[in-house]
Design a protein around this ligand. Structure first.
Ligand code: CUA
Length: 342
């Protein structure tokens, strides 16, 4: 008896812990989930309001239909053994008008707010004072280029409370740019520039994801959007515009790594300002300032950098990055150099 009671108690306690855990996770300011139901931009807010409005109309229609169904089954139907009521009418004009107008009204209620949101959220020209950023989608990473010349990959920084205008281009095939809390999906189509305009309202980190199947590592085509305060954004932007961080004379490992990089095949694809001019892969000038690598798949730690360089296919099947087979000490030096590029 007491055994069963304590088991029930422990199940209840576990359920309570899960509920508390979920509540804390939901409330945490740092952990922004990939949800469209907690909008953090004007665009996402409009889409969420539209979703709620249409769902509310649908709920009202559902309630009316269920109510009419119950009436038909339980009130206006004939009982067993009872003769069905005879009707002399062959048509009912009132009824015909009602079921022509009813669905029309439903379509109007749904289409008017939808069309209004489409026009509101897709201005033909960038709003005044907008920060215009070029986004290029590649298999499988994202390139972000700022009007002042700053360039980064897979981690977009934007200032809060300022209009942002992204022009989305593809370097190869169709992708789709999607940050659930900041706005709707926008396809990235080769040979065409699509725009996405929004104002992020709350600083924080928002995870994004390519939302159009684009090959083997489509699911590994992630990215992050950092919404910074205007001061933090200005600071980040200044740091990105500067050349690569100088390697301290005492850091022999990183210095050796720098020499190794300059003479490696990495230079064919990767740019490091003043060192190499590759443009096929991400710009590495400020690689160490990014929190992740391989398009948001791995945390940016020395172990992960070595893992990525040595066996990229393990992390991202199909990636164009060739494996660089380096003996341990050389790999350590290369990783130390890359991790010095703040
Ligand atoms: Cu790019 Cu899916």
């Amino acid at each position: 008896m007491s055994g069963r009671g304590s088991k029930r108690y422990s199940i209840a306690a576990a359920a309570m812990q899960v509920a508390i855990g979920l509540t804390i996770a939901g409330c945490s300011a740092k952990e922004h989930p990939m949800t469209t139901l907690a909008p953090k931009s004007d665009l996402a807010q409009w889409i969420n309001s539209l979703f709620i409005e249409v769902t509310a109309w649908d709920a009202i229609i559902l309630a009316i239909v269920v109510f009419a169904f119950i009436l038909a089954v339980f009130v206006f139907s004939s009982r067993v053994g009872e003769a069905a009521p005879a009707s002399a009418a062959t048509s009912d004009l009132g009824l015909e008008i009602a079921w022509t107008l009813g669905p029309t009204l439903v379509l109007v209620m749904i289409s008017v707010p939808t069309i209004r949101t489409i026009f509101r959220s897709q201005p033909a020209v960038a709003p005044a004072g907008a920060l215009e950023i070029k986004v290029v989608a590649h298999q499988w990473w994202w390139e972000f280029a700022y009007p002042d010349g700053a360039k980064t990959s897979n981690e977009l920084h934007i200032p809060a409370n300022r209009p942002i205008r992204l022009s989305l281009e593809s370097g190869d095939i169709i992708h789709s740019f999607w940050v659930p809390q900041l706005g709707g999906k926008r396809d990235v189509v080769p040979g065409q520039i699509n725009e996405l305009t929004f104002i992020a309202t709350a600083p924080g980190m928002y995870p994004g994801q390519c939302a159009e199947f684009c090959g083997l590592s489509h699911a590994n085509m992630r990215f992050r959007v950092f919404v910074d305060s205007p001061d933090d954004f200005a600071k980040w932007d200044r740091a990105q515009l500067a050349g690569p961080a100088a390697i301290p004379a005492t850091d022999l490992l990183a210095s050796n790594g720098a020499k190794l990089f300059a003479n490696s095949p990495c230079t064919t694809c990767h740019m490091i300002q003043g060192v190499s001019k590759g443009y096929i892969g991400p710009d590495l000038t400020h690689f160490a300032s990014r929190t992740t690598l391989a398009a948001g798949v791995l945390k940016n730690t020395p172990e992960n950098v070595a893992k990525w360089i040595g066996k990229p296919q393990e992390t991202k099947p199909g990636a164009n990055m060739p494996a660089l087979l380096l003996p341990g000490p050389k790999m350590d030096a290369l990783v130390a150099y890359l991790e010095s590029l703040k």
